[in-house]
Write a new protein. Sequence first.
Lengths: 314, 314, 314, 314
Amino acid sequence: MSDKNLKDILRKVNQFKITDNTDIVELINSLKDTGFNAKRLALACEIYKEMINTLGCVKFFGLAGALIPAGLQRVVYDFINEGYIDVLVTTGANLTHDLAEALGFQHLQGDFDPNGLDDKYLHREEINRIYDVFMPNKVYEGIEDFVSKLEIPDIQMSVSSFLKFVGKQLPKNSYSVLRACYDKDIPIFCPAFTDSGLAMQLGFHNQKLNLNHFKDMLEMVNIAWDAKLAGMCIIGGGVPKNFIMQSLQFCPNSATYAIQITMDRPESGGLSGASLREAISWGKINEKAKYSTIISDATIALPIILWFLKKTHK
Amino acid sequence: MSDKNLKDILRKVNQFKITDNTDIVELINSLKDTGFNAKRLALACEIYKEMINTLGCVKFFGLAGALIPAGLQRVVYDFINEGYIDVLVTTGANLTHDLAEALGFQHLQGDFDPNGLDDKYLHREEINRIYDVFMPNKVYEGIEDFVSKLEIPDIQMSVSSFLKFVGKQLPKNSYSVLRACYDKDIPIFCPAFTDSGLAMQLGFHNQKLNLNHFKDMLEMVNIAWDAKLAGMCIIGGGVPKNFIMQSLQFCPNSATYAIQITMDRPESGGLSGASLREAISWGKINEKAKYSTIISDATIALPIILWFLKKTHK
Amino acid sequence: MSDKNLKDILRKVNQFKITDNTDIVELINSLKDTGFNAKRLALACEIYKEMINTLGCVKFFGLAGALIPAGLQRVVYDFINEGYIDVLVTTGANLTHDLAEALGFQHLQGDFDPNGLDDKYLHREEINRIYDVFMPNKVYEGIEDFVSKLEIPDIQMSVSSFLKFVGKQLPKNSYSVLRACYDKDIPIFCPAFTDSGLAMQLGFHNQKLNLNHFKDMLEMVNIAWDAKLAGMCIIGGGVPKNFIMQSLQFCPNSATYAIQITMDRPESGGLSGASLREAISWGKINEKAKYSTIISDATIALPIILWFLKKTHK
Amino acid sequence: MSDKNLKDILRKVNQFKITDNTDIVELINSLKDTGFNAKRLALACEIYKEMINTLGCVKFFGLAGALIPAGLQRVVYDFINEGYIDVLVTTGANLTHDLAEALGFQHLQGDFDPNGLDDKYLHREEINRIYDVFMPNKVYEGIEDFVSKLEIPDIQMSVSSFLKFVGKQLPKNSYSVLRACYDKDIPIFCPAFTDSGLAMQLGFHNQKLNLNHFKDMLEMVNIAWDAKLAGMCIIGGGVPKNFIMQSLQFCPNSATYAIQITMDRPESGGLSGASLREAISWGKINEKAKYSTIISDATIALPIILWFLKKTHK
């Protein structure tokens, strides 16, 4: 590496300023030339924007973590509704919470130290804790009621087909992720579906149900296979990250854009915290890809990215 | 809380000493009266020991993370072989790596900074990185070869039945987790099985395969339902943690013992990092349960726990 | 706790929406009724706002971490200039980097994977790395030149008096933290001053220098002692956090407002990651205090807080 | 990089086994050829062993974090007493807690969830919390009593000289770090000394005290300057890490061995979590150095390293 190269590679840090006229676009543009996670957040915004603007790019979105109970249902809804997602991979828990909100139930939150409420007391009151967010047990009764009335068209349909079927039953004017994906014809994959409250209710009521998980797997590979260009945004790692990644190995060019927002780190070897760079060795991300990992709670980073995208993408 | 109570609750910190005669049992006993994660590790050892010694306690073991590529296959093998596990819940990735080792393939490691090896170069050399551990692509050919010869008895069998069938095909004298569970008649549940290299090969070779994930889910609930006493050891969170937890809600007494080893934390609301105390609100762990979370890489903590258990449990 | 209480404590999660009209104030207000770190960020904004609006509240600001090299010099400058800080406690490193920028030197950043630049190569090129931000060695020559010309009025003055003296020498129109504090007559405490490049240059040039650290300590206690109301904002923990905390034990009411932004966690017992709640036991924060810890990189959270404060505080 | 190189660099992962005959030396030797933090722990053991066995290597030990309250006083004592440390750099808090134990006071611990004890109640009972370890306020009275009787020989002596003087006053048969360093003539540097309970008591009783921090700084540089070979072990980062690092820039060969044990990570740019590799760019660690960072609570990793060293170093 010559001196000339070094000058090209290293640029002045931008000592940016917040002014009366600062808006989200200007802030993100300012952060691009800073350091640490502020810069990574700005790069992620840039990459997502380019991913949206690139014709034919298939945008995979992996969603783990309890974002819907935490109040981000409409943020995820907007990603779908605005066309920022082509394929959604998520957890059964997220779908269960989404369904609960769609059915008119609400998650609760408390305005105090998370240790203030005794978990034994909550148990007796039949209120379940997700850190500082809470879900009453009676929500499950509502889900059970909904599930018991479902007339499942095919007990061996794929999970994604089943989720589409569920989405169709939900109120049109809700901010449900399930409904929005149905409306937009966006497939939802949920490889660990049976690891959820929704699937448990389904299983209890339909002892012969055998939703075909392998069909989903093959469909997902086909989508990747057919994608001329691919990009991904990974929230929180987990099964959604791996499922997208394993499929993109079959994409002719693998991923050209990649974003992940996580609190996990690489050093203990789990996939959730693995660097995106590592995915190049596997052929999940291509050598020329643009990628950015933000070490941040997604409840902070994801609304900012959405805000930036809505302002820049018309 | 009266003064008397405070004296009972707070005890002198043990300023322990490492001597020529220190062995693992003495060390762990010393750490019980210290603080921070050293104490939590000692408590976890104690809890696991009690769990083993309690007649009729069903021991659930959740295994996420890349422990087998990192050299802990025989550690997990010993947990099974020694009778420390009654039900194993794990990821498809772990099973894929386990199968690879059972078929005679090896994982590799490098003795240098993880950044030293360029991922683009690795890609061209067809070597996949898992932080500082590596798996050549040719391993997949071996797995494909194995999979292509499998005569699956029932394409709608449960995943756990299928994994038992796979275990039976593997060499008896290996340290394979799949084989050990077959030999010991310990069920392996893998709710996100299709999220793995092994399942992909299976799906490619058997387009009609539809392993019944719901059957697994119901079986797991039945095991929990029938357990008079239950305990769990969770490595790394993820789907295995949630799957065990959701089932234990149906155990009459929920869990009486709980250990988790993870680098994840509660603050961003994901289940992997959720406190065990929180599980009391859900009825997954009972109010009188003994529990301990160790914030540690499992590659450090798990061998220590095994070492302690093998020395104390005869 | 009665049912009535539970209803008061637990409120509906706000499924907020980003619209065309969203501004930073509305966003933060929306996040107040969500969960996880988004909520904590919103609470921190609220608390800081109240702290500013409370007459007579002395606002302590603890600044650890490399914010100035990362491009946040003007953000910190604005906190000072807008009157959001009454007492600054920071590290010698931050002051060294602030001085460098004030003298016209620049920090550099690279737009690629942090592993892309070999550290051995950087060493030969005399460029020092701070993760993805860089400082050429020649900056030290500039600092040395500045230091060699200083005519220190009293070799036994306190560190804070010395820093005021330094601030006075710096260009008026800079965004230097040192200069801004001089202009606003805000004391800067730096308990570990000799742990910095600036102090090393000073020591080499003034072998008899003995800046009085104990004087600073007593002055800081006096400020706390005299404060009718006190609040603190802690960035990153470290010595600044502890120094503010130990002084507030002597504040008649201890702190009434407390914010911390950190990536550290409580479980391994270090003060940087300690919960703010724990500070109540020590009498550093009072029983009725409002407090919020945000688990976030400060490069993301701090500009957002500033943005909110500038918009709401006129 | 040729194929031949790759074979040299990547070696088989050791699927190690815990047997009846496993001792700490065998375990560590097994872990050397594994992955993730288990491997890093084994490498750290190896590096420390080599550092001890290398004639003329000056061993710097940086100690941040609350290890003494957590029960590791005798572990640190042994590192000193066995000759594994030549220069100690630590925090004022550690020295305060060390003094407390040396004066016969005790730290307390509770055997329950850290959230079980209300901090407001603790405040009223005058018991201070350090996560799950506790220190009664009356300890400060004991320290005050000790401090008030000290006849400080020179109010402008260096902090390290003062700490030597304190060590001399302490009981010979204690496991005090201060006393052990006095006995072994090992300097203790404490750059942020005034950031501690001990220094506060000193300052209150000796209003004219002006311990010379710059003298320490210059002495530390001289020690580094004179070191033909240097190594370091960093516990927890903070000021001790930076102070050792800044001095080693003046060591002709900079550090040849480096170990750090921390829970901090590099991504948010703070020095505590900075990679050791990064220190090469600064000339703090040399290009041929052996180094290992263990992401672990030091309460787990440090006793293991000591155990290994005591068994292998006779």
